[in-house]
Ligand binder design. Structure first.
Ligand SMILES: Cc1cc2nc3c(=O)[nH]c(=O)nc-3n(C[C@H](O)[C@H](O)[C@H](O)COP(=O)(O)OP(=O)(O)OC[C@H]3O[C@@H](n4cnc5c(N)ncnc54)[C@H](O)[C@@H]3O)c2cc1C
Length: 480
């Protein structure tokens, strides 16, 4: 019998396990995917092709930057199907292995600003100490020097948007790799090397290849999780006092929706009919090109990684982030640059998913049917952003040679959030301000599923700050 079962070992699961293990409780991390070997990690870091056949990925291969090198770290679409039935064909990019998507993520870690919490049941100030804790734990670097080309771009941006300030792009320090205690190299932002190994050292336990199918119910009460062995398909029950869902925004809600009995006929947490609704992602585009005002990469600067420039424009409704003169050109050649712009989506409760009546995954677990569309107002924001970025680049003497309008296809930013929204009342939300499911308070949802809105900054740092706040409250409640 465990005190807490944490579902998932990605960003939020590994960090949650560490916070709870530090409080001295018996913690089990249950991870659906495989453990990863040093060889696999080495190939990923060297960008070497894997020897095995690439998984079937008609959907995952649409992820920008997809290649046979990263393919093993994204799911096999045939084993993990989902349906779409809305105006836009929702692209759900997901990983199933130890560390989840943190083996692939870019490590860019901006905070949300105060205005982004307008519709949340807590404020930016409430989250401040937790942001600090997470940034310390991950080693976030906010002071990387800019290249000369980035400084020129920053100047042009600040002229275009008077009052706006371009900052060094905050990101996980030590890119591209970090060694664990056995000398194995991991991507620098990978949750096992950042958090999970420390949690295990403190006594937390880990089971990989263990898929949570649903919450185990006894009447109204949740008594643990029902799991399926990924390799043998054997089913069993693991008991615990509490369950913390960190399986990622859509997977956590899928588990809640698949947890049904006479007391929870529509799934645990669905008494308000909000479960699965309010799915939002970021809509984005990228531009890249050259500038002959500067030459080649600046050899003193870190190539790749999360560093560069970052600009948040709350009154325009979007952010711009990117790099210049860090790579992609030979010395003496015009410098290259790349910028990514993303905007939030407004609320539309029709953007939702339900459990498909027939479709199941390779383990017989009911799959989701996602209905999703981008509203005309949201498209207008990102189209206006595109015109503004083009103007700012032209005024800086940066020539755009390629534009990728990801917003035409939705979604390519992998920043999905919502579907088990947090709120102050059980009538219009799924979890309370401390992430406890109103209908089952020993179940907590701390990943992006609990977000009441999905503001445009890259979300992972904020997910971890929320997890930190929730874990503090949970451990305080144990002391009572
Ligand atoms: C290429 C790429 C670049 C990105 N760059 C950035 C960036 O720069 N900045 C940023 O903020 N975000 C970025 N992201 C997004 C970031 O990766 C996610 O926000 C973050 O990983 C979410 O954490 P999570 O814990 O919710 O999910 P994940 O990290 O995906 O972890 C979920 C875990 O749960 C496991 N799981 C799922 N279902 C079950 C189940 N039923 N039972 C047991 N386990 C289960 C999965 O196997 C996985 O290990 C990027 C993502 C990608 C793919």
């Amino acid at each position: 019998m465990y005190d807490v079962i944490v579902v998932g070992s990605g960003a939020t699961g590994a960090w949650t396990a560490l916070c709870l293990a530090r409080a001295g409780r018996r913690v089990l991390v249950v991870e659906a995917g495989r453990d990863v070997s040093a060889d696999e990690l080495g190939r990923l870091l060297r960008y070497d092709k894997p020897p095995d056949p690439v998984p079937a990925q008609p959907r995952q291969s649409l992820l920008p930057g997809h290649s046979s090198v990263i393919a093993p770290f994204l799911v096999d679409d045939e084993l993990n199907p989902y349906a779409t039935s809305g105006a836009d064909d929702y692209r759900w990019f997901r990983s199933r292995q130890l560390g989840g998507r943190t083996l692939l993520w870019g490590g860019v870690t901006p905070r949300l600003s105060d205005e982004h919490f307008a519709d949340w049941p807590f404020t930016g100030a409430d989250l401040e100490p937790h942001y600090e804790r997470v940034e310390r734990a991950m080693g976030v670097d906010k002071d990387q020097p800019l290249t000369a080309a980035e400084r020129a771009l920053a100047e042009a941006f600040e002229q275009q948007w008077p009052g706006a300030r371009v900052l060094p792009r905050p990101g996980v320090a030590g890119w591209p790799q970090r060694l664990d205690e056995h000398g194995v190299a991991w991507p620098a932002g990978a949750s096992p090397v950042l958090f999970l190994h420390d949690a295990l050292d403190l006594g937390a336990e880990l089971r990989t290849d263990c898929i949570v199918e649903s919450l185990a119910l006894e009447g109204e009460r949740v008594i643990g999780v029902n799991v399926v062995d990924r390799l043998t398909c054997e089913r069993s029950l693991i008991r615990s006092d509490s369950v913390v869902l960190c399986a990622s925004s859509i997977e956590s809600t899928r588990i809640l929706l698949n947890s049904r009995n006479a007391d929870h006929p529509e799934g645990v947490g669905n008494s308000s009919d909000h479960l699965g609704r309010h799915l939002r992602d970021h809509i984005s585009f990228t531009v890249s090109g050259t500038t002959d005002r500067f030459t080649g990469p600046d050899s003193r600067m870190q190539l790749g990684g999360p560093y560069g420039i970052y600009l948040s424009l709350p009154d325009r409704g979007y952010q711009v982030e990117g790099w210049a003169q860090r790579g992609g050109a030979r010395p003496g050649q015009p410098a290259r640059f790349g910028l990514a712009t993303s905007a939030a989506m407004s609320d539309d409760s029709a953007n939702r998913f339900t459990i498909h009546p027939d479709l199941v995954d390779a383990w017989g677990i009911p799959a989701v049917d996602i209905s999703f569309g981008i509203g005309a107002d949201d498209r207008a924001v990102i189209q206006r952003a595109e015109a503004e970025i083009k103007q700012a680049c032209a005024s800086a003497g940066f020539e755009i040679t390629a534009v990728d309008r990801h917003y035409e296809q939705i979604s390519s930013y992998v920043h999905e959030g919502g579907t088990a929204r947090m709120g102050a009342s059980p009538e219009d939300s799924v979890v309370d301000p401390w992430s406890r499911v109103w209908d089952a308070p020993n179940v907590l949802v701390v990943d992006g599923a609990c977000w009441p809105t999905n503001p445009y900054p890259n979300p992972t740092l904020t997910m971890l700050a929320i997890a930190s706040r929730v874990c503090d409250a949970l451990t305080d409640s144990w002391g009572e």
